[in-house]
Design a binder for this molecule. Structure first.
Ligand code: UDX
Length: 431
């Protein structure tokens, strides 16, 4: 089976590499010539541990190839995965223009049976829509199937997640298509769920929305913990021992970011509205998430008074560790608030950097952690990079102007920090 993966962004690149690793011949297609040239040379355009090594290995062995020639790529491959972006529109809905373009290209260029599969997160009903787009674009009525096979990988752990998934969801109305996809994943040691396309599409949104709900739940609980003088980490631990609850996604902090949760939660809320129903719990989830960074900034203000002309060091920019992705990163909201209040902001992240945007011109990005902390009146920790757990705070006290640390990811020990002479505030994590 020769596989074509259309779109070489995060999901597309990882999907292509994993199929190559599983022994299939893969072609990666993108309209971006520069990206394709880089991939052909074994260079990945984003940071993901382990993925570039896989890319080099499979480019060298010829297991994977890249192209911008869509006509030939569509003609030569019968199994096509759509992995193009579905960015958010201003109203929160998913922008389907790239998916539509790909569907029309497939319809126009196909030369025989094709199985078209969506990996991108797409609104419920998209399988039907793609079917209609392909049919309308066809010059000759070749048979085809469209199926849904959502991807659940996490950034920073993409390789491991994609190679060892928890479950494989196949949404298909065609037995033939379901059978092909099942055989593709025959080596996977996890449950394979075969269901309708609509169900598969909703499973993806519902999973992300539920994980976001866990995070906002614990984040709001952390605010109560602060008032009650209870440590939220211990509460999460105690709750997580109940197998019905589970320990994951109960880490309180300054909120979730990234390319999936914010976008997918908004899109699901909108889907409910468009269908004359509501997801009121999810609306609150968004509200808590959007105010969580302000909750931490408030703590800084309570300590320092006005933030004008205060020197604040922000540690961590990426929306989570092991990625250079800053999409919807809570650190951006922290930085924007600080700049609005005329603070002097220094920033250190081991991998990620700010976009070349006038809005962040006033931020001093440092290549060394100590440089960012120089003469700082306070530190705000926004990403739990492992190196931040081992900072020599005894030494940093000599570097900083005032020993104030606001831990937006609850990774430091409040007692140790206080013993070191620091004023320390976490999020529901203070004693
Ligand atoms: C998520 C889903 O986990 C994945 O299944 C889906 O395919 C894409 O979206 P990702 O966005 O890569 O993956 O990151 P994830 O590890 O889920 O974290 C998302 C955000 O939640 C991060 O900002 C992280 O810091 C935050 N988070 C996570 C918390 O604040 N607390 C937690 O307990 C867990």
């Amino acid at each position: 089976m020769n596989i074509l993966v259309i779109g070489t962004g995060y999901v597309g690149s990882t999907t292509a590499m994993v199929f190559a690793e599983l022994g299939w011949k893969v072609t990666g297609l993108d309209t971006d010539k520069h990206k394709i040239q880089q991939l052909e040379q074994g260079v990945l355009h984003f940071y993901e541990p382990g993925l570039e090594d896989m890319l080099r290995k499979h480019v060298q062995s010829g297991q994977i190839q890249f192209t911008t020639n869509k006509d030939k790529a569509i003609r030569d491959n019968d199994l096509i995965f759509i992995c193009v972006g579905t960015p958010s529109r201003a109203d929160g809905s998913a922008d389907m223009r790239y998916v539509k373009q790909v569907a029309e290209d497939i319809g126009q260029k196909m030369n025989g049976y094709k199985l078209v599969v969506t990996k991108s997160t797409v609104p419920v009903g998209t399988q039907e829509q793609i079917t209609a787009w392909i049919a309308a674009a066809q010059e000759q009525a070749y048979p085809f199937d469209v199926a849904s096979n959502p991807e659940f990988l996490r950034e920073g752990k993409a390789v491991a997640d994609a190679l060892n998934p928890d479950r494989i969801i196949i949404g298909s109305n065609s037995k033939r298509a379901a059978h092909v996809l099942q055989s593709l994943y025959q080596s996977a040691k996890c449950p394979v769920v075969i269901t309708t396309p609509r169900t598969a599409e909703l499973i993806k949104y519902a999973s992300n929305a539920f994980l976001a709900t866990k995070i906002s739940f614990v984040n709001e609980l952390a605010r109560l913990c602060d008032v009650l003088d209870v440590n939220v980490k211990e509460v999460s631990f105690g709750m997580g021992l109940d197998p019905r609850i589970g320990p994951s996604f109960l880490q309180a902090g300054i909120g979730y970011g990234g390319s999936c949760f914010p976008k997918d939660v908004s899109a699901l809320i909108l889907t409910a509205k468009q269908n004359s129903t509501e997801l009121s719990v999810l609306e609150k989830v968004v509200q808590v998430n959007q105010t969580q960074h302000a909750y931490l900034i408030n703590k800084v203000r309570e300590r320092l008074g006005s933030l004008a002309n205060q020197k604040i060091a922000v540690l961590g920019l990426a929306f989570k560790p092991d990625t250079d992705d800053i999409r919807e990163a809570p650190a951006l909201r922290v930085i924007e608030s600080l700049l609005n209040e005329q603070a002097h902001v220094t920033l250190y992240d081991p991998v990620a950097s700010l976009p070349a945007d006038a809005a962040y011109k006033a931020v001093t990005e440092c290549s060394k952690l100590e440089e960012a902390l120089q003469a700082a009146d306070a530190v705000i920790l926004c990403t739990e990079w492992p190196i931040f757990k081992n900072i020599d705070w005894g030494h940093m006290k000599l570097v900083m102007s005032q020993p104030n640390v606001f831990d937006g990811r609850n990774i430091l020990d409040p007692r140790d920090m206080r013993a070191n002479g620091y004023y320390y505030q976490g999020i529901g994590h203070n004693g």
